[in-house]
Write a protein that binds this ligand. Structure first.
Ligand code: 5GP
Length: 193
């Protein structure tokens, strides 16, 4: 997605350890116009897949996921990282190792929001080693829901996430694909949409 690539070039910052900081438009401050365009792009790709729910993980997946869900006219569900006192019903849970925070957390969704009748589009901000996406896929599988695909804003293609997800037989659609973050430069591959 051209607008996203341009924005990463303009406002993205490379941190050590292969991490890209995009906190001025994705992960902390959010650009709603760009988010809406990205949500629309995901919706366009998956418009004929019969999606009934968009699923993401808090916090940075929520903005693009909600715009995709609005466009597809379906609800958006975000997996919670901390158990809320109000989540007193049966939960779907999985473990996710966080690439950036380097901790494992239990993520959960109330069982009542996903069923074996659902067709799910998973959306997240980054795809690195694929652990967040894998955790969300596992939650869907526990509910018997079918995952139709994974929509990612920024894929770091030098990490293993895409391979992991494709090896599960699932379609990955990344709006920006980064080949490398070396020598202070962001090098891009052709995005999927
Ligand atoms: P994965 O589970 O695919 O290894 O990593 C995905 C998660 O880690 C994303 O939800 C995102 O929060 C975080 N993440 C991974 N790589 C980066 C990065 O380069 N920059 C930022 N800001 N977050 C990242």
């Amino acid at each position: 997605m051209k607008e996203l690539v341009e924005r990463i070039k303009k406002d993205g910052h490379i941190l050590g350890e292969g991490v890209l900081k995009v906190d001025s438009f994705v992960t902390h401050q959010v650009d709603p116009v760009l988010m809406e365009q990205m949500g629309q792009r995901f919706a366009e790709v998956f418009k004929d897949a019969g999606i009934t729910k968009v699923v993401t993980i808090e916090a940075s997946g929520i903005a693009p996921a909600v715009f995709a869900a609005k466009e597809l006219n379906v609800p958006m569900i975000f997996a919670r990282k901390a158990k809320s006192l109000t989540m007193d019903e049966e939960l779907l849970t999985s473990s996710v190792y966080s690439f950036t925070k380097q901790v494992t957390s239990t993520v959960s969704i109330s069982r009542k929001f996903l069923s074996n009748e659902d067709k799910v589009l998973i959306v997240d901000d980054f795809l690195a080693n694929g652990q967040a996406a894998k955790g969300l896929i596992e939650l869907c599988q526990q509910a018997g829901a079918e995952v139709e695909g994974i929509g990612i804003i920024i894929e770091k293609s030098f990490q293993d996430g895409r391979q992991l997800i494709e090896d599960m037989g699932l379609k990955v659609v990344s709006l920006a694909r980064i080949a490398s973050l070396t020598n202070g430069e962001v090098e891009f591959l052709e995005g999927d949409a």
